[in-house]
Design a protein around this ligand. Structure first.
Ligand SMILES: Cc1cc2nc3c(=O)[nH]c(=O)nc-3n(C[C@H](O)[C@H](O)[C@H](O)COP(=O)(O)O)c2cc1C
Length: 351
């Protein structure tokens, strides 16, 4: 019996943000205690066929935690013990900020989806940077999702991102410029070519390496092509596709579909996978696939569409903490079934 099946009705009786805080708090309580090695034994799948190398880093498996789950970098070691291959902490902004008024996170259980308009609530670059530097660092790569402070006007964005990068640089292994959260006014406009060039160029100059950019699934194709050109010109190391969407597929059943914010989970799976394919067909820059990964098949579809690795958030809410183990085990079966030597062998095989 999966213990999460028992806990889920109780958790789902709480407001979503309270449920998240409860789970996050329980995981934080395990940090540095003998529970961590117990979790490792239960959840880690160690197999060289899952090992992945991307942007100069070694990942024990291709299943990572997406940005937003551990915004303040409090539990990367516990998420590592749960069997994830990497953790992306943040979004972190230069200034601490409370985010939007609550409620700001909504479940759509029939759709296995979430809508959120958190608004990048986080403790700010100084606090998160100190925590990351103090460690302990888990034995998997930790990335930091860098976002723009609400109070900073767009023209000062490059300096704002640079400030955050410099505060978190010591404790992290890779850096992601997030210009794609739909919940801050004007934030996604930073994806236009000029803004991207200015922000990414400043971070390259500051020494951010490896440096990735996370894009919105709502970007029209020509804008994605523009972004890819900037990525190529600046020699960036990777692209994360994608963030949440403001679109609302007709298939959504739960009334919360009317809430404002970014939709995540199963209903965005196909669209996110199409975006990965679109990018992988146009560039050799590594792609990290995010959006609706909930089981081995959905992870495998992204890998075959060109993703070197995947990340997830909403899948953990619906499937529980065994999700990375279940996906990694399932991926091994799928690799066997299709005659691939390892994950790298399957990357882009569906293109
Ligand atoms: C509550 C919540 C908060 C999020 N916060 C961030 C964030 O701070 N930065 C970011 O780049 N993405 C953020 N995301 C987006 C996720 O990282 C991911 O791109 C998106 O949810 C799609 O993946 P999923 O379907 O597996 O959830 C957040 C998502 C959720 C549900």
């Amino acid at each position: 019996m999966n213990p999460y099946r028992l806990a889920k009705p109780l958790l789902f009786s709480l407001p979503p943000e309270t449920a998240h805080r409860t789970i996050h708090g329980l995981l934080a309580a395990a940090r540095g205690t003998p529970v961590e090695p117990l979790l490792e034994r239960r959840y880690r799948v160690e197999d060289p066929r899952l090992a992945t190398r991307a942007f100069g880093l070694d990942f024990p498996n291709p299943v990572g935690v997406a940005a937003g789950f551990d915004k303040n970098a409090e539990i990367p070691t516990v998420l590592s013990a749960l069997g994830f291959g990497h953790v992306e902490v943040g979004g972190v902004t230069a200034e601490p900020q409370p985010g939007n008024p609550r409620p700001r996170m909504f479940r759509l259980p029939e759709d296995e989806a979430l809508i959120n308009r958190m608004g990048l609530n986080n403790e700010g670059a100084d606090a998160v940077g100190e925590r990351l530097a103090a460690g302990p660092h888990p034995d998997i790569p930790v990335g930091v999702n860098l976002a723009l402070s609400e109070v900073t006007p767009a023209e000062e964005a490059p300096a704002d991102y640079r400030y955050t990068y410099e505060r978190v640089a010591d404790g992290a292994d890779y850096f992601v410029v997030n210009v794609s959260c739909p919940n801050s006014e004007g934030f996604r406009d930073l994806q236009n070519r000029d803004s991207l060039e200015a922000i990414l160029g400043t971070l390259v100059d500051a020494g951010a390496d490896p440096l990735l950019v996370k894009l919105s699934p709502d970007l029209p194709d020509p804008a994605v092509e523009d972004a890819l050109e900037v990525v190529d010109d600046l020699g960036l190391d990777g692209i994360i596709a994608s963030n949440t969407t403001t679109s609302r597929p007709d298939t959504l059943r739960n009334p919360n579909r009317a809430e404002r914010g970014g939709l995540s989970g199963k209903p965005i799976e196909a669209e996110a996978t199409n975006m990965i394919r679109f990018i992988a067909e146009r560039t050799d820059v590594p792609v990290v696939g995010v959006g609706g990964v909930s089981d081995a098949e959905s992870a495998y579809r992204k890998i075959r569409a060109g993703a070197e690795m995947v990340q997830l958030y909403t899948g953990m809410v619906y499937e529980g903490p065994s999700i990375s183990r279940d996906i990694n085990r399932g991926l091994l079966d799928l690799l066997d079934r299709d005659g691939f030597d390892d994950v790298a062998d399957a990357v882009g095989s569906g293109l």
